[in-house]
Structures are given as structure tokens and as C-alpha cells.
Design a protein around this ligand. Structure first.
Ligand code: SF4
Ligand code: SF4
Length: 500
């Protein structure tokens, strides 16, 4: 007999308000609601509820709420309810615990301990409604000597660049882990905003080739969906060496999700498990990485910048230094709070380091070695707001990736159940009836609104600092002060304590 695992959530239905319309039953792909014809009343199955809020949102009489179960073990600082529950689950199944989205543990978030500066009296602030503020961003190698032709004119010898209207992009999320309509929303929003979205490792659906100038195409260890047209379609090619949510391991799209158009786009047999191995089987050194970087440059006629994406791990500065020497144009670093469609829970919650520390140490190391201009630096992994974004730029990032924030704008309620494939909001699912719930036009509009709001806030904060361009904000740690940190933490971040 299995060990009893009590449900995490309880569905609370007001009998006074419920009109038994059965909307919740129809809306819940997890089958957490039922109808008893004999009594004409609704039933709840708490054990199936993932707390995605679909029923709560769409109940016409607001008769529902989902609460954390009050069932509890005797309080114990070492053995929390979650720890005991997870242990029981493993004892019952013998399996690795799986979960989705970012690390939920209450580890330090350094963005919350960093405060921004503002001008007073001297160096006056700038009003972004009246003065031009430059947020345009170019990503790629910069350190090319100026060369003039016989007439003294500058020759165009800059390596290929990505041009963005602001230093922000949508991070890699594969078609397969998210739905067609979620990808369509990201692609259309990126195009409307003049930024980029990223295919992840699932290939590029043929419908989305028209968004190529705003697309980053990814090459991951499984090499799914990669061919000449795919590489040429995007604005840049990203080699994925690691991911913040699951450093050191590969990816796995179960056969039941790898069907139809998803399988065709990945160029894999319908219904087969799409497993990307932990390492690239042809990369065991920086020299090997360099070969892939240059193969991709050659395959794209030297017209696309090459991004190398790594996870933020303990010796990230040394790894980044190696990547910069591999010939890559851009390095993307993904922090340990980064999201995922599916990852082993223990790895997601315990492996890697915060992006704030990784970013500061990589930027410092590349500067020390005099190679900072050889490569652009993009970071992601729980950039939650415009101020996280602004602080990351001031710590040295050329641009940021957002993913969880973008999914929230599409309607995600962070139930962290993407790995089940039954996303009631039509985002992390391939079930046609669920995919339809996300209208790409509405999704695009929400993404555009979010990013425009952040851009406006970026301009306001920069104006308050008395600076009028992202160039002047980048790596400008004088604009940052720490609160409640040790000297060692401040040293790694390269900032002073507030009041100093
Ligand atoms: S959606 Fe609301 S009103 Fe309709 S059956 Fe469910 S709880 Fe009752
Ligand atoms: S994408 Fe869907 S399944 Fe995943 S956390 Fe958000 S609401 Fe839940």
C-alpha cells in the first residue's frame, strides 16, 4: 500500500454562491472538479488540483478559492511538510522528483538588496518625456580597430551585430515545451517591439520564418530541427551549453508531447522521446567549442553573431573567459532562479548560483583580462521587473533575457506544473483544446504592453540618475548601493554599501 500523501491544496467552494454551471469542470484539464447528477451539486477532488487559478478566474459567481491545505505534521524545523511529502512520493514511486519554473527556495535575492541612485542638485536629472533617451542596443563584438579607405572614410568592418530597440529579449523556450500560440505571441511581440525572441532547442516552425530578423535560433546538444535554412533564418545563432534551472544535465521532451507539428519541427519520429544529452558529444574543451562556433559562422556566411549560453555555476568567470576566447560574439548566462518546462526538483533547487553574483564576477574578470569588448554579455534567470533589469545593466550586462515574466504576461499563474503538459492557460501544453485558450493576438498585446511599460520605467530611472543612454548605464556600478550585505558579498558585486 502506498504511503498517504495529503493534497497540497484545498478547493473551497461556496455552496451559497455556486450555481452548478459546471464551468470549473469544463475548464480544469486536471479534472479537479466533478458533477454529481443525483444531487445536482459539484464535487471537488483536491488531490488533482495544481492551484493554476483557471477555475477561480472563470467562475461566474466567484464561488471558488484555492487554499493551502491546513493538514500538517507536527512542526519540525528540519522536517518541513514539503520535505516529508516529497520523501513519501519518492518512497511510493522510486522516481526522481520533477518540477517546473524557477527555484522557489527563499535563498538571497541580491537584486532586492541593491538600491539605485538619483541625481540631486548637481548633475541634474533628465525628464524622459521632454528629452531624448537612447535605449537602442547592439550586441556583438566591438573591439575592431577603425579602418579608413583611401579617401579617409571609415570602412564597415564591424562583425555581425544584433540590433535591439532596448536591451531586453525573450529567452529560449522551445516549441514543444510551450505551445504554438505561446510561440506565436512571443514572435509577434518581439517583431512589434524591435527585440528578439528565442526558439529554444525545438527548431523553428515554418510559420515563424517570417519573424526571422527578430528570432534567435538555438543549437542545443540534441541538435533538434537544425538545418541550413534554420540557421540562416535567425538574427543570431545560440549554442546552448547550459541552462540555469538545470545546470549539468540535458533536456527531455516526453514522447506524448513530441507529436505532430512539434515532432516535425524537431525532425524527430512522431511520439518518440526527444532527449538532449547533458554534454554536446563533440565538445569537451574550449577548443571544441571554438570549432562549433566557427562551423556555425561558416554555415551562416559570417552574417550572424554566435551566442554561447551557459548556466551560472561556481567558476563561471573562468568559463566565461574561455567562451570569450572561443570566438563567440555574445555570452548568455542563465542564473539559478531561471525557469524551466521540466527539471529534476533537486537540481533546480540546489545547483548553480544567483545571476547577480555571476554577472558581476564575469564582467569584472573580462575587464581585468582586457577582453570585455570582445564579447557582449546577456543575462537571465528571474529578471522580475524593470528595476531588476536596470540593476543587471548597471552590474555590467549588455542586455537581459526574460522568460518567466513573459509567460506571466501571457496569463501563466505560476502553478509550476508545466511538466505535466496540461497547462490550463494554453501555454505549456500541446493539447489542441488547451492551446486554443491562449489567443496569440491578446498574448502579443500583453507582451508588448509589459515591455513598453518596462522601457518607460527604464527611461524614468535613467533620467532620475541624470543619464540619457543605456550606454552610460552599462557597468555603471556607482549607481548602485547595497543594503544588508557582508563585505564579501559587496566585493563580489563590486558595489559599496549604502551610506558610503
Ligand atoms: S464555475 Fe463556479 S458557479 Fe460554476 S460550478 Fe464551478 S464553482 Fe459553481
Ligand atoms: S505555464 Fe501553465 S502549467 Fe506552467 S506554471 Fe504557468 S500556468 Fe502553470
Amino acid at each position: 500500500m502506498d504511503l498517504y500523501v495529503h493534497p497540497e491544496f484545498e478547493i473551497v467552494r461556496s455552496e451559497k454562491k455556486c450555481i452548478a454551471c459546471r464551468a470549473c469542470e469544463r475548464q480544469c484539464a486536471n479534472c479537479a472538479h466533478g458533477y454529481d447528477a443525483a444531487s445536482g451539486s459539484m464535487e471537488s477532488y483536491d488531490e488533482k488540483c495544481v492551484n493554476c487559478h483557471r477555475c477561480v478566474t472563470l467562475c461566474p459567481t466567484k464561488a471558488l478559492k484555492i487554499v493551502q491545505t491546513q493538514h500538517t505534521f507536527r512542526p519540525n524545523a528540519n522536517w518541513s511538510n514539503d520535505t516529508i511529502r516529497e520523501l513519501y512520493l519518492q518512497a511510493n514511486t522510486g522516481g526522481v522528483l520533477l518540477s517546473s519554473m524557477g527555484n522557489p527556495r527563499p535563498l538571497p535575492n541580491y537584486f532586492d538588496r541593491i538600491l539605485l541612485n538619483a541625481s540631486q542638485v548637481t548633475n541634474p536629472s533628465i525628464d524622459p518625456l521632454r528629452e531624448p533617451m537612447e535605449t537602442r542596443t547592439y550586441l556583438g563584438k566591438k573591439a575592431i580597430p577603425l579602418v579608413r579607405d583611401a579617401n579617409g572614410r571609415l570602412t564597415e568592418n564591424l562583425p555581425p551585430q544584433i540590433t535591439l530597440t532596448m536591451p531586453l529579449m525573450f529567452s529560449a523556450m522551445s516549441y514543444g515545451s510551450i505551445s504554438y500560440n505561446a510561440h506565436a505571441s512571443l514572435a509577434r511581440a518581439a517583431t512589434a517591439l524591435g527585440i528578439c525572441y528565442n526558439t529554444g532547442e525545438g527548431g523553428l516552425h515554418r510559420d515563424f520564418y517570417k519573424y526571422g530578423p527578430n528570432t534567435i535560433v538555438q543549437v542545443a546538444s540534441g541538435r533538434f530541427g537544425i538545418h541550413g535554412d534554420y540557421l540562416m533564418a535567425g538574427a543570431a545563432v545560440e549554442i546552448k551549453m547550459g541552462q540555469g534551472a538545470k545546470p549539468g544535465i540535458g533536456g527531455h521532451l516526453p514522447g506524448k508531447k513530441n507529436i505532430g507539428e512539434v515532432a516535425r519541427t524537431r525532425m524527430t519520429p512522431d511520439g518518440s522521446d526527444a532527449i538532449s544529452p547533458a554534454p554536446h558529444h563533440d565538445i569537451y574543451s574550449i577548443e571544441d567549442l571554438r570549432q562549433l562556433v566557427y562551423s556555425l559562422k561558416e554555415a551562416t556566411g559570417n552574417t550572424k553573431p554566435i551566442i554561447v549560453k551557459i548556466a551560472a555555476v561556481h567558476n563561471v568567470a573562468a568559463i566565461a573567459s574561455g567562451v570569450a576566447r572561443s570566438g563567440a560574439d555574445i555570452i548568455a548566462i542563465d542564473g539559478f532562479r531561471g525557469g524551466t518546462g521540466a527539471a529534476p526538483t533537486r537540481i533546480r533547487d540546489n545547483v548553480g548560483i544567483p545571476i547577480e553574483l555571476a554577472l558581476a564576477s564575469v564582467d569584472a574578470r573580462l575587464r581585468e583580462e582586457g577582453i570585455r569588448d570582445d564579447i557582449s554579455l546577456v543575462v537571465g534567470g528571474s529578471i522580475r521587473s524593470s528595476t531588476d533589469w536596470i540593476k543587471a545593466i548597471a552590474l555590467g550586462a549588455d542586455a537581459c533575457y526574460i522568460a518567466t515574466g513573459a509567460l506571466l504576461a501571457l496569463g501563466c499563474h505560476l502553478c509550476r506544473s508545466c511538466h505535466i503538459g496540461l497547462c490550463n492557460w494554453g501555454i505549456a501544453t500541446q493539447r489542441p483544446d488547451l492551446v486554443k485558450r491562449l489567443n496569440p493576438e491578446v498574448g502579443t498585446e500583453h507582451l508588448v504592453n509589459l515591455v513598453k511599460a518596462w522601457q518607460h520605467e527604464l527611461k524614468e530611472v535613467m533620467g532620475g540618475m541624470g543619464i540619457n543612454s543605456v550606454e552610460a548605464l552599462r557597468g555603471n556600478r556607482l549607481m548602485l548601493r547595497g543594503v544588508g550585505m557582508t563585505q564579501e558579498e559587496l566585493d563580489v558585486l563590486g558595489i559599496k554599501h549604502a551610506g558610503v
